[in-house]
Write a protein that binds this ligand. Sequence first.
Ligand SMILES: [Zn+2]
Length: 290
Amino acid sequence: MAAPPTQPVFRFAPSPNGHLHLGHAYSALKNFELARRSNGRFLLRIEDVDLTRARPAYETAIYEDLAWVGLQWDMPVWRQSEHFGDYELALDALRAQGCLYPCFCSRGDIARAIAGRPDWPRDPDGEPLYPRTCKQLSPAEVRQRLAAGRYASRRLDMDVALGLCGVRLGWEEYGEGNEAREVRAEPSSWGDAVLARKDVPASYTIAVVVDDARQGVTDVVRGRDLFAATSLHRLLQTLLGYPAPRYRHHALVRDEAGEKLSKSTAAEGLRALREAGVKPDEIRWRLGFR
Ligand SMILES: [Zn+2]
């Protein structure tokens, strides 16, 4: 059931492809505390859209680790793997607006297409912008390739999408504070982004936008590593007629060497800390929560 519009809705959305570390605990606690202070709801989403990487054992561990640091969340838990139909409907809506097209290129194809062009623009993640090779294919050629069993990923046609939006896109950013500033979105920095792949029928990008809308999320609180992606999320929200959440991109928790924590380094993992005898209160204190 959708929450009444006045009640803030927060969410924490981990992927079950490794154990949670202190950085996840920080983000989860931040969402939980903000929800509590605003009399809002705190939801949990399992981001298992990439079935090639998700593991049930990690999902179980997520529940255990979050409960251990003292978090409670509203039921039911939203699992992306149960919502592929929702993502497909959103992709259909984008296709109907003419802003989705099939792409048959491998990474190698793209690398060859831009070979010898060291200045070729890159997206905020450092990947080369798609050279729009498949945008040049005729409808007959596309049909022929699909009929021959060649699988296509699906890309956003950025030019068409921006033309449809017709408004200057932005979002309300709270950062670490209580004052909002208006950030201007720059979705074109992502080029013709992939929204669905062969092995993953919906990308993180389309899934997160659909999930936030379907779960009635009013406040997205997450790490700064997703700040640039918000431009693309705002574009898709606008195309799909979804409301704009407020955003709060927080600093990332770093290890003693100043490196971003990752699931592959177990040292700051919540399980390892618990097994070493660390108490939940110490975790909360270390992360700045009382
Ligand atoms: Zn292509």
